[in-house]
Design a protein around this ligand. Structure first.
Ligand code: MF3
Ligand code: CO
Length: 250
């Protein structure tokens, strides 16, 4: 069942999204060679709590941290660690869900550390652009498959692969609601988009093959071939005026 949100509820989610977007903008300034992913996690948890909200990921199905911090070949759900010292040329994706008064917002962002190789920078640029290709399709009357296909077509034309095992989702007072939002697949298929739906679009692109494997910790997802992976995620509402970004950073 897809839970349709009122404009009032969407505005409550937008308040959560504003805290999340502000947190990402602070993290962007912190990321430098020498910082650990645990320092970023500690900062994010404090930032969220200082704004009267809570980090929804902490404790979610036993997940132990406020953020996921996924470095280089880690696709998603990497554990923050004080041993993970970021170095020049690395990429790291920070994923967070903010709960403000019971309403959620979800956004992941990839960051380059210091100077990146051109191919790595291209992975970040294409992954972010693929998110916006998907968002463009998030209009009343289109189908989920139109979002999926726009992302896949663009990503593959640029020479990257699209992860299959992790997808976007409906979101509201729960982190994961219907519908599912894959980032690959045919256009013109799937659920038709209606006013008041709120979803995430969160493409993960790999330099090599799309296949993923999970570490012994039961969470950390990596590329099977060891290639780099990036991710950008927004939460957005379907409205009569087009997609409304809940987690907009501008
Ligand atoms: N934010 C993630 C998503 O996009 C969820 C991470 S799993 C968690 O769905 F356990 F860390 F919460
Ligand atoms: Co999500």
């Amino acid at each position: 069942m897809i839970v349709i949100k009122t404009m009032d509820e969407i505005m409550k989610m937008k308040k959560a999204g504003e805290i999340l977007a502000a947190c990402h903008k602070e993290i962007a300034k912190m990321i430098k060679p020498g910082i650990t992913t645990m320092e970023i996690d500690t900062f994010a948890e404090k930032f969220i709590r200082d704004h009267g909200a809570t980090p929804e990921q902490k404790g979610y199905h036993g997940y132990p941290f406020a953020t996921c911090a996924s470095v280089n070949d880690v696709i998603c759900h990497g554990f923050p660690s004080k041993e993970m010292v970021l170095k020049d040329g690395d990429i790291v994706t920070i994923d967070m869900v903010v709960n403000l008064n019971g309403w959620l917002a979800d956004s992941a962002w990839s960051y380059g550390v210091g100077e990146l190789e051109p191919k790595t920078q291209k992975l970040l640029d294409v992954t972010k652009d693929s998110l916006y290709k998907g968002i463009e399709q998030a209009i009343i009357g289109n189908r989920i498959g139109d979002i999926s296909n726009a992302i896949q077509k663009y990503a593959e034309a640029e020479g990257f692969s699209v992860v299959r095992d992790f997808i976007g989702h409906g979101i509201g007072s729960k982190m994961h609601e219907e519908p599912q939002v894959p980032h690959y697949g045919p256009a013109g298929r799937g659920t038709r988009l209606k006013e008041g739906m709120v979803i995430t679009i969160e493409p993960m692109l790999n330099v090599g093959k799309y296949h993923a494997k999970i570490d012994e910790d039961g969470w950390t997802a990596r590329t099977v071939d060891g290639s780099l992976s990036a991710q950008y995620e927004h939460t957005l509402a379907i409205t009569v005026d087009g997609p409304l970004l809940i987690t907009d950073q501008s």
